[in-house]
Design a protein around this ligand. Structure first.
Ligand code: ZN
Length: 399
């Protein structure tokens, strides 16, 4: 190892990463910089996989199951630079904080996790895997591909999304569902020659309203929500009767919701409201999808469904995590256990693959995706100090 795995070096690595912008699908420069750091820190088997994820291993001394430390390589757009107090890609340290796009979401925590693994070399009770993934901000294609590839098989996953020092155990997922109405276009002066898709729009929106009012609830994650957010009508001319309308539903889903179960619920709500679709019109329900491409060139038509997940508060890994982390002002008392408000790649690791997953990182959620994004240095230093305890504790708890 040619770099000392200290907090100061982790912080300057984080500042460096902030200076390398990388929107989803454009993480190449960040990935290569992260790989270089893995190599400098002496990680074994450091590599970039087919999807552009960066992976490395730090060997443990015991036989506990491997823990996977995970952050993402992409960031969201920075918006107008004039609206920032500090330059978004400056990596400036001022007023006790690291500033810029990615400071807390997620390059700061990425650096802390990476340096934690390096600092645990030869002491961890099992191997420590580090995999930082692409396209998390677009639903997690990187994590999905990584886990499907089976090139890493962790016994437990620790996600570095902001928890403000708490232990996070899940979140709702998100799906985009489209209700597509098709008809026959025609001149607006002669409606009798067309089949106007808008004739059915009122009933479709009413069905969406019924569906939204009838959503399941979870005592920890709260209520699922489903609400229409957009109606796309084609052709767009005001003197043409349209033959296509697409109603988009934004659905914040509870864990366990599948493509099929969501589509079935929409179809049932529609069938209640519109038992017979008028002649000349048709209605189809589908999951929205998007063409995504990793910076390495892997392309996939990805369903817009990000799974949710929820760990039992009494799960041995969760209890061990809370005890190992402790509270900021008193580490002898267990950390608070709660869900995140936003979605993470834990939906793939735990929600889909069933791998115990917890989250821990410094940073206040309210600064994520804003032009005031920052990471408090003292909180980051504290979290860095707690991280090795956390990793060892969850590995031991699931052994
Ligand atoms: Zn994030």
């Amino acid at each position: 190892m040619s770099v000392d795995p200290s907090f100061e070096n982790a912080l300057s690595f984080a500042a460096d990463l902030i200076r390398i912008p990388g929107l989803p699908g454009h993480e190449e420069a960040v990935s290569r910089r992260v790989l270089g750091e893995f190599e400098r820190l002496g990680f074994e088997d450091a590599r970039i996989d087919d999807g552009g994820n960066v992976i490395g291993v730090v060997k443990g001394v015991g036989s506990a199951p491997p823990a996977l430390l995970n952050c993402h390589l992409d960031v969201v757009a920075e918006g107008d630079h004039d609206e920032w107090d500090f330059p978004p890609f400056g990596g400036v340290v001022a007023d006790g904080a690291l500033h810029g796009r990615g400071a807390m979401d997620i390059k700061g925590p990425l650096a802390l996790q990476t340096y934690t693994a390096a600092a645990m070399a030869g002491t961890a009770p099992g191997d420590v895997l580090v995999a930082h993934t692409v396209l998390e901000e677009r639903g997690g294609l990187g994590m999905k591909l990584l886990l499907e590839s089976k090139t890493v098989t962790p016994g437990v996953v620790i996600i570095g999304e902001a928890t403000n020092g708490d232990v996070c155990i899940g979140h709702r997922g998100r799906a985009e569902v489209e209700i597509v109405i098709r008809g026959t276009a025609g001149h607006a002066s002669a409606p009798e020659r067309a089949h106007n898709v808008l004739d059915l729009l009122g009933d479709v929106l009413a069905a969406a309203g019924t569906l939204g009012a009838d959503q399941p609830s979870d005592p920890v994650l709260g209520r699922a929500t489903c609400t229409p957010t957009m109606v796309d009508v084609k052709p767009e001319s005001r003197n043409v009767i349209p033959d296509l309308a697409v109603v988009c539903l934004d659905w914040r889903i509870l864990p366990g919701s599948t493509d099929a179960s969501l589509l079935e619920r929409v179809a049932a709500a529609l069938a209640d409201r519109v038992p017979t679709v008028p002649d000349g019109l048709s209605v189809e329900v589908r999951l929205a999808s998007e063409h995504q491409r990793t910076w390495t060139g892997l392309a996939e038509e990805k369903n817009l469904l990000t799974p949710g997940f929820l760990m039992e508060a009494g799960h041995p890994a969760v209890e061990a995590a809370a005890r190992a982390v402790g509270k900021v002002d008193d580490v002898s008392r267990p950390a608070a256990i709660r869900p995140w408000t936003f979605a993470t790649d834990g939906g793939w690791s735990c929600g889909v693959h069933g791998i115990p997953t917890v989250g821990f990182a410094p940073g206040e959620e309210r600064f994520a995706h804003t032009n005031r994004e920052r990471l408090d240095i003292e909180q980051a230093r504290w979290a860095f100090g707690r991280y090795p305890h956390l990793v060892a504790a969850v590995q031991t708890a699931i052994a």
